[in-house]
Design a protein around this ligand. Structure first.
Ligand code: SF4
Length: 341
């Protein structure tokens, strides 16, 4: 089983963010929310029939704004797989020695820190509440606390962080030698401060080509410290891929608990096509139909679509009946997935 728990509280709202989160909530309101989550997690385990938990992900928002100790107690008593992965998302300002120690004690074995940039001017325009130096200090504390599976998130394609500033961000990220790095291409979400500024002409977004060039530069810089690109936006040292996300892309069920969290239980099409995002594994219509016989009627249609993209050089077809994204294909993966759906 794979479980995602959402904590929709943030210190401030980032300029680009359209995720569901509350900025002004009292401690009592947050405690009430966590009590509700605890009841739902207990109900989830009670209905699971003793199945083992493979991955657990506390995301947000900012989980650190909540008291997680009661949740750790509930989780500690459950059946878990041998390679159980328990990730908590962090903001650099969350990384305090007491909190990190509590995470370790609570069984957390993977941390994901949202840094987004190592350029202070960029961080300010993003509305991030931390500096680059605070992110570096937080990273040292994470390593000093003994977390040997930890990663950071970056955003590429930010309007003010072109050229040299992005390269400095990549150098700083690589210097930390993270186990994992997610590099998300900026998406202009409606009703955000960024969208508002773009509409009024205060900010101009870089072209798609410029953003893709930044992603390519990330692949190069992170490759230099041993992180392989294994998914469109994800880079990891071998063996340090995010198992929770891998499970999602490979088509396993997952359950989401909390405001704004979604679950996938039994939707056969979305179980299989997201395998295409995994650069080495790829997507095989024949294997998909073998795994889920109800999809057999889609094989011809999918094969025709995938062959068309392969002819354009966006996919590579191999003898194991599998289609994998080429370098150019990674740039248009969403278009290919939309056609497959
Ligand atoms: S990006 Fe993360 S920290 Fe910023 S507002 Fe969105 S959920 Fe909160």
């Amino acid at each position: 089983m794979n479980l995602y728990v959402h904590f929709p509280f943030c210190r401030s709202k980032c300029a680009y963010c359209a995720l569901h989160s509350y900025v002004e909530r009292t401690e009592t309101e947050r405690r009430t929310y966590v009590d509700g989550i605890a009841a739902k997690i207990e109900a989830f385990f009670a209905s699971s029939g003793g199945k083992t938990l493979s991955t657990l992900y506390f995301g947000g928002g900012t989980p650190a704004m909540c008291d997680l100790s009661g949740l750790f107690d509930i989780i500690s008593g459950q059946n878990k797989s041998e390679d159980f992965e328990f990730t908590v998302e962090l903001n650099p300002l969350d990384v305090k020695s007491e909190f990190i120690t509590a995470l370790k004690k609570g069984g957390v074995n993977r941390l994901s820190m949202g840094v987004q940039s190592f350029d202070d001017a960029t961080l300010r325009t993003m509305g991030r509440p931390h500096t680059a130096e605070q992110a570096r200090t937080a990273w040292r504390m994470i390593r000093d606390a003994g977390f040997d599976n930890a990663g950071i998130d970056l955003i590429c394609g930010w309007p003010d962080e072109t050229g040299g500033a992005w390269m400095r961000t990549l150098e700083s990220a690589a210097a930390l030698k993270p186990d994992h790095c997610s590099v998300y291409t900026l998406i202009l979400e409606p009703n955000t401060r960024l969208a508002h500024d773009v509409e009024r002409g205060r900010i101009t977004l870089p072209s798609d080509d410029a953003a893709l060039a930044e992603l390519a530069a990330a692949e190069c810089a992170l490759g230099g410290v041993g992180l392989e690109r294994y998914e469109i936006s994800s880079f990891a040292k071998p063996g340090k891929e995010c198992r929770h996300n891998l499970a999602t892309w490979r088509g396993e069920d997952y359950t989401g608990i909390g405001d704004g969290a979604c679950s996938r239980e039994g939707n056969a099409v979305s179980r299989v096509i997201f395998r295409l995002r995994l650069l080495k594994e790829g997507f095989s219509p024949i294997k998909a139909a073998a795994d889920f016989p109800e999809l057999a009627s889609r094989v011809d249609e999918w094969t025709e679509t995938l062959d068309r993209f392969a002819a354009e050089g966006l996919l590579a077809f191999s003898g194991d009946n599998t289609y994998r994204l080429t370098g150019r294909g990674t740039e248009v993966c969403d278009t290919i997935l939309a056609e497959l759906v």
